[in-house]
Design a binder for this molecule. Structure first.
Ligand code: RAM
Length: 946
């Protein structure tokens, strides 16, 4: 194999370089932690620093770096807090600060320079900043405040009474009434700087001097509130001025106080509270702190009468509170408000800066079409199943109630809402005058494609500009990074993106529309990899992992959903709780950040301990939801036919293997050896316990006893006849549980099963994501293409042929002909089956990481005659990897960009390379290690493409 050194820019003259005369451009793309740029309200006391080699630079590989952190932007000696000095290393990301831990509100400056392959130093980077949030409870002066009305949940709902026709026969919906809080303050001097630190038990929206200070929604988001509540920090300097000012905050129940799941589930009373601290620095250097305390006043007689995540919002304009958040609020108005109720901070509940971006409007979508307008009821089609809120601009009649309902699909022209179960997803607006109104709900979100409007002024002719939708999700960047010449494949990629958007609303949820919307761990572990290809979601996942650590039981149990609420059932299951090992591991593979393994190692280890506790002689007896929603089950259950002990034991082995590898990377040698041995023992046992010599399942398998001491299961049956499924083979093949020869036999069995089902998948949540990696690894990418390109049930394209604009929960959730399939649990926005999108990048496009963080990757596109052209990119800590390929008869044209500080190997087994050009210059090789730069490859196929 040849080693190609990409030639440096021939125009660059080489000369001696000193610091004032640097040719090597400064590093760029400076980031802190999991991707923050100049953060305000930062969370990490020992931040990690990342940068990239400038794309313009002739530097190919970094050989050393120097990071400096200082309390002043002049970096004078006396202000230096940490200087890494010149450190010989190619690491350009996740370099950990080693100075004194940063404290609440501390502001620091940082910069970096690097040395290239010729030991030349770069210029210093631009100076970036970090401003810490309030990191300790003790650093708050504010107290929790709330409305003095009794904290009980109330049932006197104006709108959500008589829940009829739902899957769950329920009493009237209970809710907390939203309320408004305010205070006024006077400033003698000009403002230099102002920060608002704020959070709620519930959800909040802050206003200063009559203006909303941010676009964030549903803040502070959802964490295990009994242990930790995230706080937000805002730069509000612009909103405050000399003289009279006012701070007002509206609050509602959100996840904290609102119901979780359907209303038959008994839930505790958790009142809504606000915590706010406005810190103002005046020009003369004095400071003023406006903190939530007993001087504030509250009103629950404002326009947002009711608000609930599941049920919607009720806005009555007759209750509007003029000037409530501005200094012009009159004493007369104030007299109708009440003094607030005050509670101290609870030392057991940590207040910590939010460690990922808050939810915000990321896109606005206009209604595409009016589907029907009958008897004063208008149905709008947004053209896309989405998650967010509408903004309506509608003619209203005084005193009349405008009603908005939301549905994911129609059945003919019927507005089908049964799959929302008990979630009412209904917004109301009561007009206080006749004429056009504009309204957007504040404290709710809906999953929908269609909007039904009624109660408006029906003398006006509706038009599509009456409704736009504000798409809400955690405010990260979604990449537009995959394209091909195949319409359905592009649509699938797009649907996966919409599934991601819709279910990344502060936490990763199963679905965004019905009375569930929970952080199901199983769904998350199957989708994490695909999500990292599609969006900048590292901080999103890391934040959720913190909640997972907090929700882990003392016995190591990791719940089925995170955040967990103790009043909910369904504690854990294999493959679900295994998110504890799989999510950190996948994040590490993508980023190369050992920090994520460090942070989660203890949780991973305790989870494996829980597995061990639930196993008998290495066979797991942990229950699970099984290969959830497998199509064509023999047993007719949602859990599918794949044997549960086999699933649980495969995951036990897999998690143990991940743990062993993580221990090794972290330098925990004893653990590494112990868990590697344990992995091998489980693996050995797994093969013989479940499979015979022909690699078929044993006809009868003994059930493992339920208890550690070997005593039996309660059930009389001691054995079971297992059913062989595609997932039966996919799990051990993907998790490396077979020896070489066994592998080949197992692959044959798997392929035969797929052939037998007419080249269709028969897999649920667990098996489906493994199809592509397993089939590619064992040389069956063409079969994967067949599965992927099927248009009949069950397949990905089947949903698209039936109008899908998102990923569905079931392979047959809906059909154009029959509408919803009748199952009560049936969402049209579930990301799990979108896991296949990983293969678009890893397989079809061919970018396979071989070292964490894409420090090295293999370029190994899977050509198939179904596709003539594919292009895409992958964002990495080193920069973007971009690739495209195009097939014309027997020829293939490839373009590949290897980012700085990375390397790649070509693997084009089906292709004779005719020409390999680097920056236009011919390179005479067929297989090569490619250095950073852009390459063009021209080849001819050795074989006829399938
Ligand atoms: C459903 C959820 C989720 C799945 C569990 C087992 O309620 O929607 O997707 O993980 O069941």
């Amino acid at each position: 194999m040849l080693f190609i050194q990409a030639c440096s820019n021939p125009n660059a003259t080489s000369k001696h370089i000193n610091n004032s005369d640097v040719l090597v451009p400064a590093p760029t793309a400076l980031k802190v932690g999991e991707g923050f740029v100049n953060p305000i309200g930062y969370y990490e006391q020992k931040p990690r620093f990342s940068w990239q080699i400038s794309a313009q630079s002739t530097t190919q590989q970094q050989t050393a770096y120097q990071v400096q952190v200082a309390s002043s932007s002049n970096f004078s000696d006396s202000t230096l807090l940490w200087d890494s000095q010149k450190t010989l290393s190619d690491q350009n990301a996740w370099v950990r600060y080693q100075g004194k831990a940063l404290q609440s509100r501390q502001k620091v400056y940082w910069r970096v320079r690097i040395w290239d392959q010729d030991q030349q130093a770069s210029a210093w980077s631009e100076i970036n900043r970090i401003e810490m949030g309030i990191i300790n409870n003790d650093d708050w002066q504010a107290q929790w405040i709330g409305h003095p009305a009794p904290p009980e949940r109330t049932k006197d709902s104006i709108i959500f009474s008589s829940v009829k026709g739902n899957a769950f026969p329920v009493p009237d919906v209970e809710y907390y009434r939203p309320f408004y809080l305010r205070t006024g303050f006077q400033l003698p001097k000009k403002v230099k700087k102002a920060r608002l630190y704020i959070t709620a038990k519930g959800v909040f929206k802050p206003y200063i001097n009559g203006m909303a200070i941010s676009e964030d929604a549903m803040t502070p988001g959802w964490t295990p509130y009994h242990k930790r509540i995230e706080t937000l920090a805002y730069d509000v300097t612009e909103f405050i001025h000399t003289g009279k000012n006012a701070l007002g905050v509206a609050v509602a129940e959100g996840w904290h106080s609102g119901r979780i799941f359907h209303p038959t589930v008994q839930q505790p009373t958790l009142p809504i509270r606000l915590l706010a601290q406005l810190e103002i620095e005046l020009e003369d250097g004095t400071t003023q702190v406006i903190a939530s305390d007993k001087s504030w006043i509250a009103s629950n007689r404002g326009p947002i009468r009711e608000a609930s995540n599941y049920d919607g919002e009720y806005y009555d304009a007759n209750y509007e509170l003029p000037n409530w958040s501005s200094p012009n609020f009159t004493a007369e108005s104030a007299a109708k408000w009440q003094p607030v109720l005050v509670e101290p901070l609870d030392p057991a509940v940590a207040l910590q800066p939010k460690r990922h971006k808050a939810v915000s409007t990321t896109t606005t979508i206009a209604a595409q079409n009016i589907v029907s307008n009958k008897n004063g009821v208008v149905i709008f089609d947004m053209g896309q199943n989405l998650v967010g809120v509408p903004e309506i601009k509608v003619p209203a009649i005084k005193g009349q109630r405008i009603k908005l309902r939301f549905a994911e699909a129609l059945e003919g022209e019927r507005f089908a809402v049964e799959n929302l179960r008990s979630a009412k997803n209904t917004d109301y607006y009561v007009a206080n005058a006749t004429g056009p109104i504009t309204y957007q709900p504040t404290f709710t979100f809906h999953g929908y494609r269609y909007v039904e409007l009624s109660g408006h002024d029906t003398s006006a002719t509706p038009s599509t500009d009456w409704i736009t939708s504000k798409v809400l999700h955690s405010n990260f960047n979604v990449y537009d990074n995959f394209n091909s010449d195949h319409v359905l494949l592009n649509k699938l990629s797009n649907n996966v993106e919409w599934g991601l958007r819709g279910n990344f609303l502060d936490i990763p949820t199963d679905c965004p529309q019905r009375d569930e919307r929970l952080g199901w761990t199983g769904d998350a572990q199957v989708f994490v990899q695909a999500s990292m290809y599609k969006a900048d979601v590292y901080s999103f996942w890391s934040a959720w992992l913190q909640s997972m650590r907090e929700d882990q039981g003392i016995d190591g149990l990791v719940p089925n959903y995170v955040p967990f609420r103790s009043f909910l059932k369904s504690l854990t299951g294999a493959a679900w709780g295994d998110a504890a090992t799989i999510v950190p591991w996948e994040l590490y593979q993508f980023t190369g950040d050992i920090g994520v393994l460090e942070e989660n190692y203890n949780m991973m280890k305790r989870w494996v301990g829980y597995h061990t506790y639930n196993s008998y002689q290495h066979i797991s007896r942990m229950g699970s939801h099984g290969d959830w929603l497998q199509p064509f089950t023999l047993n007719g259950t949602n859990g599918g036919d794949t044997n549960r002990d086999l699933i649980a034991t495969a995951y036990y082995a897999h998690s143990t293997h991940i743990l062993a590898k993580s221990a090794k990377l972290l330098g925990y040698e004893t653990d590494a050896q112990y868990y590697q041995k344990l992995f091998e023992q489980i693996r050995e046992k797994f093969r013989h316990y479940f499979f015979d010599q022909n690699m078929d399942l044993h006809a009868l398998i003994t059930k493992p006893p339920l208890f550690q001491n070997g005593s039996e299961r309660k059930s009389k049956a001691k054995t079971f006849s297992p059913v062989t499924t595609q997932t039966t083979y996919l799990l051990p093949l993907a998790f490396d549980l077979f020896d070489k020869e066994e592998q080949l036999a197992a692959v044959d069995k798997l392929v035969a099963l797929i052939e037998k089902s007419d080249r269709h998948l028969r897999t649920g949540f667990l098996g489906t994501p493994l199809l592509a990696p397993v089939l590619q690894r064992f040389g069956h990418s063409d079969l994967m293409y067949d599965l992927l390109f099927q248009e009949t049930y069950p397949s990905w394209f089947y949903s698209i042929k039936n109008g899908a604009t998102t990923m569905w929960e079931r392979w047959n959730s809906y059909s154009l002909q029959d509408g919803f399939n009748g199952e009560k649990m049936n969402s049209l926005n579930h990301y799990a089956y979108g896991a296949v999108a990983s293969w678009f990048y890893r397989g079809i496009l061919g970018i396979q990481p071989t070292k964490p963080g894409f420090k090295h990757f293999i370029f190994n596109p899977q050509f198939n005659r179904k596709l003539g052209q594919v292009s895409g990119s992958q964002s990495t800590p080193l920069g973007d990897i971009a690739a495209q390929w195009q097939i014309q008869q027997k020829n293939v044209f490839i373009e590949l960009t290897v980012p700085k500080n990375s390397q790649a190997n070509l693997m084009l087994p089906k292709v004779n390379i005719e020409q390999l050009l680097f920056n236009g210059q011919a390179i005479d090789t067929k297989q090569a290690t490619l250095q950073p730069g852009s390459y063009e490859i021209k080849g001819t196929f050795k074989v006829d493409l399938k």
